[in-house]
Design a protein around this ligand. Structure first.
Ligand SMILES: N[C@H](CCC[C@H](N)C(=O)O)C(=O)O
Length: 276
């Protein structure tokens, strides 16, 4: 089958986006892994498959697959690219789009400057919501990584995140600790691992070792998780500028009972077709 696709990115977190509204498309795990292979396929961090909504009150549904083939609940950078994709392809003419994903419903607003503002929903610090195995409720949890102790804050943004505050964002800590925590037995569904360096109460540096991918240039849900963890710990204010390797995101959260709001760019790189 000849598959038409659009290659996009949000701050270097890259996606292949497929229109499954005009024509149904299904992928098995092996096909996703092959398409995501940067040497033998197209290459992407995540595949986004845009479908008609199952709920008639929604405009679309879109499915999110990591390059290892795992389907996931939420993707912040992907949400912004999804919004640009459906508008550019005239699948909608709305600039406020209601969409459902595996984690639930959310609303996206495409601003006149092309930036996309996403209602990322409410975070949860309840371990069972990730899931994270914990004997008791705490603000931070100590986890042993090869004999070294790391304090982490588990946060669900629909998908699971472990936020670890560090004084320095070194390759060594990200690439050694990231994979161990990602697959740690206390995270039965694995976890995205965010390394947070606080610059001030409203500015941080962040690197994310993503579940099912490895380190990405940016992670939207990771930026949301890091900011809400920092606010909960009293390190951060309600509106934070997050510097990621691929660029900046603006994240704001007014506290429990409120949604997280994320604003950032979405870029189209090229359109293509490939035999599946
Ligand atoms: N790797 C993530 C999904 C993609 C998240 C990220 N690309 C974002 O922008 O939020 C997970 O397994 O939950």
């Amino acid at each position: 089958m000849l598959l038409k696709f659009t290659k996009m990115h949000g701050l270097g977190n890259d996606f292949v986006v497929v229109d499954a509204v005009s024509r149904k498309v299904y992928f098995n795990k092996a096909q996703i892994e092959r398409l995501g292979d940067r040497n033998r396929g197209i290459g992407f961090d995540q595949l986004l498959v845009v479908e008609p909504p199952s709920n008639p009150d929604m405009d679309f549904r879109y499915r999110i697959y990591n390059c290892d083939g795992s389907e996931v609940e939420h993707c912040g950078n992907g949400a912004r690219c999804f919004a640009k994709f459906v508008l550019d392809r005239e699948l909608t003419h709305k600039r406020v789009i209601d969409v459902e994903t595996k984690r639930g419903q959310m609303q996206l607003k495409i601003q006149e400057d092309g930036q996309v503002c996403v209602d990322m929903g409410e975070p949860s610090f309840i371990p069972a919501d990730l899931p994270f195995v914990a004997d008791e409720l705490a603000d931070v949890y100590a986890i042993d990584v090869a004999g070294e102790r790391f304090d982490l804050t588990p946060v669900s943004v629909g998908n699971p995140h472990a936020v670890i505050r560090v004084e320095a964002l070194t390759d060594e800590v990200v690439h050694r600790v990231g994979p161990i925590v990602e697959a740690h037995e206390r995270f039965p569904n694995n976890v995205n691992v965010g390394f947070l360096q606080i610059l001030s109460s409203d500015e941080v540096n962040l690197r994310v070792y993503e579940r099912g991918v490895g380190e990405t240039q940016a992670c939207g849900t990771g930026a949301c998780a890091a900011v809400v963890a920092g606010i909960k710990q009293g390190w951060l204010a309600a509106n934070v500028l997050v510097h990621l390797p691929g660029g900046d995101l603006r994240i704001s959260w007014q506290g429990p009972g409120h949604s997280i709001e994320m604003t950032g760019p979405a870029q189209k790189v090229f359109e293509g077709q490939i035999y599946l």
